[in-house]
Design a binder for this molecule. Structure first.
Ligand SMILES: Cc1cc2nc3c(=O)[nH]c(=O)nc-3n(C[C@H](O)[C@H](O)[C@H](O)COP(=O)(O)O)c2cc1C
Length: 357
């Protein structure tokens, strides 16, 4: 099982949802950096569970203990080991799932691969809980990027049939992205945010769940970063973002919409401004030939509805080899999208920092 991301800054994620602790080892992070720990905590709280009516009732403080790599507030070039304790565990909720796999979750595929030796509690290593240390690593990398003037930010583009406004892909600014980070729900349009909450609550009351789309942008990424063919910015971002559980799709710039356009509509025409080449539109999403153009890198990610739902669904008993019915108990997010926003930002920051260091 590989839970390792990056080639120069390497982020190794460890733990399971109900193990004593989870964490990250970040190797290759430069020395002499003074991380703003308060800012990192604030970033992590945007993902932490139990914060509102529309997230799981599992309460985790997600306090990070730094075991190594930071001395007197400064990184020292040694691997940074960050540990987060799991404190609010109810493993009995999961006992039945060893025999009756949840449709849409990893219980069945993990059983095929690991048999009885899979840690089913809370989804084990497949759990969204593992994105907490990922967010720690991402928040650290964001501070590296900020030193280079680069900002990464994301918002809820849609939940079910409710849409937020979209980024102005050619003109999205640092302040647009920063404004999203102080909000309880990362949306551009607060009225849309209100309706998104209502939509999630309605699904929860029906014993069901909803999915959605997250839109992410990275601004001030210099032109010329990335490689053609297999090591481009799109390649690496896509591979890393699929490491976040429940992600089912990604599109850059105009994405699948580009397939319906003519070349004359899809091409982003170049122009000079202050000796810098820019484009007036950004259908290319800031990447051409795997290499950054200097325009904002913009992409959207599809998040599936939470698999664990209270509503009865057909499943099977793996021990008795019969068909049966399952209603999932326990504490689950009725929608993963709000909590996944910071996960997308974190992974984007790690990938870009890895390119730029
Ligand atoms: C932040 C976050 C929270 C999640 N919360 C839940 C949850 O409460 N219940 C659940 O069944 N799945 C949850 N998931 C999704 C599952 O972990 C995921 O669907 C499962 O591991 C199968 O992986 P896959 O959907 O990528 O194939 C969450 C994912 C993330 C990123």
């Amino acid at each position: 099982m590989s839970s390792l991301l990056g080639s120069r800054i390497k982020v190794q994620i460890f733990g399971q949802s109900h193990s004593k602790a989870i964490g990250a080892v970040i190797d290759g992070f430069p020395s002499g950096i003074k991380p703003d720990m308060e800012k990192i905590c604030r970033f992590m709280q945007r993902r932490a569970p139990g914060g509102s009516e529309i997230t799981t009732k599992r309460h985790e403080k997600d306090e990070v203990q730094i075991v190594s790599g930071i001395v007197d507030g400064y990184t020292v070039g040694a691997p940074i080991c960050a540990v987060i304790n799991n404190t609010d565990i109810r493993s009995s909720d999961y006992a039945q799932l060893r025999d009756i796999p949840r449709p849409g979750h990893s219980d069945y595929s993990a059983f095929i691969k690991h048999g009885q030796f899979h840690d089913i509690r809370g989804g084990g290593h497949f759990s969204g809980r593992l994105t907490a240390p990922l967010c720690f690593a991402g928040a650290l990398c964001m501070q590296l990027l900020e030193k280079k003037g680069i900002t990464v930010g994301a918002h809820i583009f849609s939940v079910a049939d409710v849409n937020d406004a979209a980024f102005d892909a050619a003109n999205v600014t640092v302040s647009d992205l920063k404004a999203l980070m102080d909000k309880e729900l990362s949306v551009i349009n607060d009225e849309a945010g209100f309706r998104i909450k209502q939509r999630i609550t309605a699904a929860k009351n029906e014993g069901d769940s909803v999915g959605g789309i997250i839109e992410c942008a990275a601004v001030n990424v210099p032109a010329g970063i990335g490689e053609p063919m297999f090591d481009g910015i799109e390649n690496r971002l896509a591979a890393a973002i699929f490491g976040i559980p429940a992600i089912k799709g990604i599109e850059f710039g105009a994405g699948f919409g580009a397939a319906k356009l003519k070349g004359s509509q899809n091409n982003d025409e170049f122009f000079y401004t202050d000796k810098t080449v820019k484009t007036r539109t950004n259908n290319h999403g800031g990447v051409l030939g795997g290499i950054s153009t200097g325009m904002p890198i913009v992409f959207r990610v599809a998040v599936k509805p939470t698999p664990s739902i209270a509503m009865e669904q057909n499943s099977v008993s793996l021990s008795s080899h019969v068909n049966t019915v399952l209603s999932v108990k326990g504490r689950h997010d009725p929608c993963i999208v709000p909590r996944a926003v910071s996960c997308i930002e974190a992974v984007t920051a790690i990938v870009l920092a890895d390119f730029l260091i």
